[in-house]
Design a protein around this ligand. Structure first.
Ligand code: CMP
Length: 147
């Protein structure tokens, strides 16, 4: 089934031109990009985006980091895009990523569990919610694209 997902490239990767080129090239091989932009994630936006983690020990670290510099957000479309992008990312925890697949994005460009290179939506509902936060202008197109 054709799906859309939200990919978010975290601030330390955006500063690394080589990493950005590699990740954008990989994305172009696997997905149709329906939207892309550099975004400054304010603290408020970051707290909305990661609301489900607000009781976790890493919440403040994560929301502060996402607010520390520009990020790069993309709307990706393909068959099973949610799982496909998450497979390219590898496990959330970088040490697991390194052991499970040394060539996955998080193994190559992740620095820590917070600075784990990129984010990917974990479900259709999350994709809709996250896209509506970072691409409010895309809202109207969402239902059609998902059908
Ligand atoms: P992300 O895909 O952005 O979605 C939630 C984020 O929470 C996740 O990637 C990690 O950056 C962060 N996270 C999850 N577990 C931990 C952890 N144990 N320690 C620090 N950060 C974490």
């Amino acid at each position: 089934m054709t799906e859309i997902t939200l990919a978010l490239i975290k601030p330390h990767v955006l500063r690394n031109t080589y990493a950005m080129q590699q990740i954008l090239s990989l994305i172009s091989q696997h997905f149709t990009v329906l939207g892309q932009k550099e975004v400054h994630i304010t603290k408020e936006l970051s707290e909305r985006f990661y609301a489900e983690h607000q009781n976790k020990f890493f919440y403040h670290r994560l929301t502060s980091f996402m607010n520390s510099g520009p990020c790069y957000a993309l709307i990706l479309q393909s068959e099973a895009s949610i799982q496909k992008w998450r497979n390219l990312l590898g496990p959330t925890k970088v040490f697991r990523a390194v052991y499970s697949d040394p060539n996955c994005i998080r193994a190559l460009y992740g620095l820590s569990d917070t600075r784990n290179a990129c984010h990917g939506s974990d479900s259709e509902a999350s994709a809709r919610r996250e896209i509506s936060i970072l691409f409010p202008e895309f809202k109207v197109a969402l239902p059609d694209t998902l059908e």
